[in-house]
Structures are given as C-alpha cells and as structure tokens.
Design a protein around this ligand. Structure first.
Ligand code: 4AD
Ligand code: MG
Length: 432
C-alpha cells in the first residue's frame, strides 16, 4: 500500500512511493516533461512528470492541469538540492479530484483591494501560508509559555456591558431589551480570574470601533491578556520581555521555512531574544521626540509617527514607562512618585513597528478606583462587580495585553496588519 503523506514530511520518505493530496499552484512544460508546482497546505514543492514514466493519459492530464485544480499525486520522493525545500516528487500517477477554471489570482501582480476581495483564495498563496504558519506558532508558543509559568487560560465574555478602554470605540448591539457591547478587552474579567486563580491569561478576539484607517488598526483583533495577583509592575515587565523573547525564539526554532518564504532574516530576529529590553520614561520619550523636532508636549498621546520614531531609536523592543493619566484608562495604579501619571508601560517593537503591548499595575484601593470610574464618566452600576474585587481581599496585581496581529506584523516584517489575520476586519471591510 502506498502511504499517504503530507509534503512537509517528504524528507522521511526519500526513494519511497507515496501519495499526496495536492493543489496545483503553477506549471511549466516542454515536449517530454512537465513541472508541476504543488501545495498541500503543509509546504510547497515540485512534481516532475516525465512522459517516459507515466501513461499517455496521465502525461496529457499533466499538461492540461489548471491552476488550483486538486489531485491525488502518486510518485517517488527524491532529494532536490536546487530548491530551498530540498525534495521533489517524481510523478507516476495523477488522479484529478476537483477541476479549477479561471482562478482569479494568477502569478502576476494584483492590487491590494482585489486581493482582499479574494481573501478566501489569497490565503492559499505562499506568503499568506507563511504568515499563518507563524501566527499558529506564536499562538502555540503563547499557550506553552503561560502554561509553563503556571498560568490558567481563562475565557472572558465577548458580550459585555462595560467599556474598559474608553467609551468612544465601542461596537453596540441589541441584547434583548438592553444594549450590549462587543468586548474591547478581557482585562477586567482577567482581574477577577487573577483573584480566583492567581495567574491567568486570555487569548481571544476583541473589538474596537476605531475610525482610524491606519496600517496598525483592525476593528477585530486578537489579544493575549495575562493578569497576575500579588504582582507589582516590575515583575510584570519581566514577564512581558520573557514572553516576547519566547515568541521570537519559538518562531526561530520552528518556522525557518516560513521565514525563508517571507525573506525575513533570522539574524535580525535573534537579537530580540536578548534580555533585558531597554526602558525609557514617558518624559524621556517626549524629550527625544522634541529633540527630533516633533511637535509634542507632556500629556500628548503618541500616534504612529511618534511610536515609529521612538522604536527606530532602539535595536530591541523598548518599554516606555509611566504615561500621564489623561491618556490612559481609569483602572491603572497612580504613580506614588508622581500622582499625575500611572504605573504603566507600553512595549514598542523595533524596526519602526510601534506599540505591541500595553500594560500596568492596577489600582487596588476601593475608594480611589471608584473615584476614577466616576471621573471617567462611566456608570458605577456596571462596575460594581469590578469594585468588589477591591472589597474582598484586594492585592497588588498587574497585567498586560499583547496585540497578536501587531506582534505578527513585526515578527514577519509586514507592511500592514491586514495580512496578519485570516479575515481582516477594517473600517471599510466586512467581507469575505
Ligand atoms: O493598549 P491596549 O488598548 O490595552 C488594553 O486593552 C489593556 N486592557 C491590556 C491589559 O492591560 N490587559 O491594547 C493592548 C494591545 C496594544 O498594545 C496593541 O498591540 C493591540 O492591543 N491593539 C490593537 N491591535 C490591532 N488593532 C487595534 N485597533 C488595536 N488596539 C490595540
Ligand atoms: Mg495601548
């Protein structure tokens, strides 16, 4: 019996006859030979069909095959030193499974809107395959990292009645006779989790009705939010840098083929595994921006140009510490050394990528937190349960949120977040 294998496992079957379910991505043929470019979702490689090795029917079929038709390929695996992948299949038989006519994404260049309209097919291309492989590895490594560190994965609700990160970016929906909002962040629930289980992390979709049309904003994105009880900010910063270095190392260890397909130099990524990451204060960041001639002052939030400038000044991810209160959410702990700012930090990725993590120590005092909620103009009723966490054994606790697509975009060196998620949701796109 011929064994059914996946392309990625070809190296274990050299000189054996195997069967592979594959699609045709491209083809080249001349008189007595046809070269089939094949993919099966695990890798891409070449099938060589020689007229002398196959029946006339099969050779005719090989020459007629169209882009993205699917087939069973039977053949013998050989080493192929000319390709980066290193193996190819000498085809003995082809059984057409599903024909394909006029596949819209041809090997020529296409515009980005056209590709996004055909995202359901675009996912099949090499570059998109590579990005999704790296995304998968980063999710796998996330679960591994936090499980190794004794965290429990906790799933917060998506339908909520609260606005942890501010009220201007909420997607509203009907919830029977009430209004509900799609969650902006699982953090408040993760805090309840931390008080119950010590160390928790979330990993799931969150929603922001961002009107901004930048390459850094999605309206639906995935966030990983760890939350730790009995933990001050300093300890949280250490977890953050260990986590990010772990993600980079996991991609280096397990994604060399996807990195090659993307043309991402592993040597550049290697330097991001070195700890600790540099730190600057928000005040210092303002000074650096002013020195560079940018028009910013204490109290201003950073937009993309400011973040890009700052992150370009470092060879590694950099923490910007202790932002002023007016640009951060209500739940953060007031800085004991300077009450106009919070004990918080953003991590900016290098190579101009900007913020990938936002985090802070949390306010633990009932009255202070209550006053902050009121000051933020939020409805106290909705936060009663959250305030309870400060009533029954309140402890110092800290946490952070890593934007998965931001991290992928940086690690893969992409231009835009929209390629980092299978079906991107941006301001003017809900389809496919
Ligand atoms: O800085 P943010 O808004 O922080 C929070 O939501 C906190 N509750 C996290 C916490 O402390 N548990 O968002 C966290 C991260 C950002 O650093 C960024 O990487 C990503 O989420 N992010 C976005 N990613 C894609 N599109 C958007 N519109 C994003 N907004 C934030
Ligand atoms: Mg932020």
């Amino acid at each position: 019996m011929t064994e059914k294998i996946r392309i990625i496992d070809a190296k274990e079957h050299v000189n054996e006859e195997v069967k592979i379910g594959a699609w045709l991505t491209d083809k080249r043929s001349s008189g007595k030979i046809a070269f089939l470019q094949l993919r099966d979702g695990s890798a891409y490689f070449q099938g060589v069909v020689s007229k002398a090795d196959v029946s006339d029917e099969v050779f005719k079929l090989a020459k007629e095959l169209r882009q993205e038709s699917s087939m069973w390929i039977t053949g013998v695996i050989h080493q192929d030193s000319r390709s980066h992948f290193g193996y190819e299949i000498e085809v003995r038989d082809i059984e057409l499974v599903g024909d394909s006519e006029d596949y819209p994404i041809t090997p020529k260049e296409h515009g980005i809107e056209f590709l996004l309209d055909h995202r359901h097919l675009w996912l099949r291309s090499k570059r998109q395959f590579a990005i999704q492989q790296i995304r998968n590895e980063m999710i796998r490594a996330t679960f591994e990292f936090f499980n190794n560190e004794g965290f429990i994965k906790m799933d917060p609700p998506i339908l909520t009645d609260s606005a942890p990160e501010g009220t201007t970016e909420l997607f509203e929906t009907d919830y029977f006779d009430k209004k509900a909002y799609l969650s902006q962040s699982g953090q408040l629930y993760a805090e309840a989790g931390a008080m119950a289980y010590g160390k928790v992390f979330t990993c799931g979709p969150v929603f922001r009705a961002e009107k901004s049309k930048t390459r850094r904003h999605l309206t639906e994105f995935w966030m990983i939010e760890p939350e730790m009880a009995f933990c001050h900010q300093e300890e949280s910063l250490k977890v953050q840098e260990r986590y990010v270095a772990y993600l980079v190392q996991a991609v280096l260890d397990n994604c060399s083929y996807p990195l090659h397909l993307l043309g991402r130099d592993p040597e550049v990524l290697k330097q991001y595994t070195k700890l600790p990451y540099p730190r600057i204060s928000y005040k210092k960041a303002i000074e650096m921006l002013q020195d560079a001639g940018m028009d910013v002052k204490y109290g201003d939030d950073f937009g993309s140009p400011e973040e890009t400038y700052l992150s370009d000044q470092f060879d590694q991810p950099v923490f910007v510490l202790n932002y002023p209160k007016n640009i951060k959410p209500f739940y953060m702990l007031t800085d004991p050394d300077d009450p106009q700012q919070y004990v918080c930090a953003d991590m900016l990725a290098p190579e101009g990528y900007g913020e990938i993590i936002g985090g802070s120590e949390r306010e633990t005092d009932y009255d202070t937190l209550k006053a902050s909620i009121e000051k933020a103009g939020l409805d106290l009723d909705e936060y009663e349960w959250y305030l309870d966490l400060r009533k029954y054994g309140s402890v110092p606790h800290s946490g952070f949120g890593l934007g998965l697509e931001r991290a992928i975009t940086w690690i893969c060196k992409l231009d835009h977040l929209r390629e980092a998620i299978p079906f991107p949701r941006i301001i003017n796109r809900l389809k496919p």
